[in-house]
Design a protein around this ligand. Structure first.
Ligand code: 13P
Length: 288
């Protein structure tokens, strides 16, 4: 099945009280692991590509080529959206050109008027081309690709202003951060989440920083209107741990253990296990 935008899968998730996972990709192994797991679990899925990861993978055209090739060769029949994660205005335009099916424009670091103006322009382009678009209000904490956010709680009135522009989904800061959560993390602000949803009606909300959020908080966030949850670091940690084990056990020194197809296999399997666990938790299994 060709790439689809994220609108229908998120509308269904919202109505069905579950969330669709966005798993960020870094290379071929990541992409293959995520697609195969989504197919195995009969779940819709969103592949997230940060601008840094896009550059690493030799540009957006290469990413589109790789993903489309896999959809065909691996016989992927579940709905898959290819989504730019935390895009700049220029990055969003480049991804639209390259054939992504969904983009995020992260204007959260601009004054609200500028965020509104740029989001509005991109909404019009996405509408015309049939892409879905995610916008952000209130920056997500932590560091991603050198972009550091403070973990704000979004202003629900600003969220409404952005939601009213016709975006498909909205990321609102609710005390979440990218990467590992510190020991003294105060947890998600469900008060903010409920206030944002109340102002934005049926808008599917996006929870960034999915790594390390306790299962109970994830479930509560979904019950309050979160329909898309982003996970990146957790797959990286799972890959790292499995790869480290393989090398520490000296397996790369045995026989053809140095072959990248062998060396990267445990890490790839670990990504699959992480994605499987998240799809179960988010409730999107058998919702393709
Ligand atoms: P984590 O790396 O914390 O899982 O966050 C991913 C994310 O929000 C991507 O936008």
């Amino acid at each position: 099945m060709p790439l689809v935008n994220a609108k229908e899968m998120l509308t269904k998730a919202k109505a069905g009280h579950y969330a669709v996972g966005q798993f960020n990709i870094n290379n071929l192994e990541w992409t293959k692991a995520i697609l195969l797991t989504a197919q195995e679990m009969n779940s819709p899925v969103i592949l997230g590509v940060s601008e840094g990861a896009g550059k690493y993978m030799c540009g957006y055209n290469t990413v589109v080529g790789m993903v489309e090739g896999m959809l065909e060769t691996l016989n992927i029949t579940v709905p898959v959206a290819l989504h730019l994660d935390h895009g700049s205005y220029e990055g969003a335009k480049a991804c639209i050109e390259a054939g992504f099916s969904s983009i995020m424009f992260d204007g959260s670091h601009y004054p609200i008027d500028e965020n509104i103006a740029k989001t509005k322009e991109l909404v019009a382009i996405c509408e015309e081309k049939g892409l879905s678009i995610e916008a952000e209000v209130g920056s997500i904490g932590g560091e991603e690709d050198g972009v550091v956010g403070a973990g704000e709680c979004a202003d629900p009135d600003e969220c409404k202003m952005i939601a009213d522009l016709g975006v498909t989904m909205l990321a609102a800061g609710i005390g979440n951060i990218h990467g590992k959560y510190p020991e003294n993390w105060a947890g998600l602000s469900f008060e903010t989440l409920a206030a944002v949803q109340e102002k934005t009606g049926t808008m599917p909300l996006v929870l960034h920083g999915g790594t390390g959020i306790p299962a109970e908080m994830i479930k509560k966030a979904i019950s309050l209107g979160v329909s898309k949850i982003n996970v990146n670091t957790e797959c990286q940690l799972a890959f790292q741990e499995a790869t480290r084990k393989y090398i520490e056990e000296g397996k790369d020194l045995q026989g053809k253990g140095f072959d990248p197809r062998k060396l990267l296999a445990p890490g790839t399997e670990a990504i699959k296990a992480t994605v499987r666990e998240k799809i179960e938790l988010f409730g999107s299994a058998n919702k393709a």
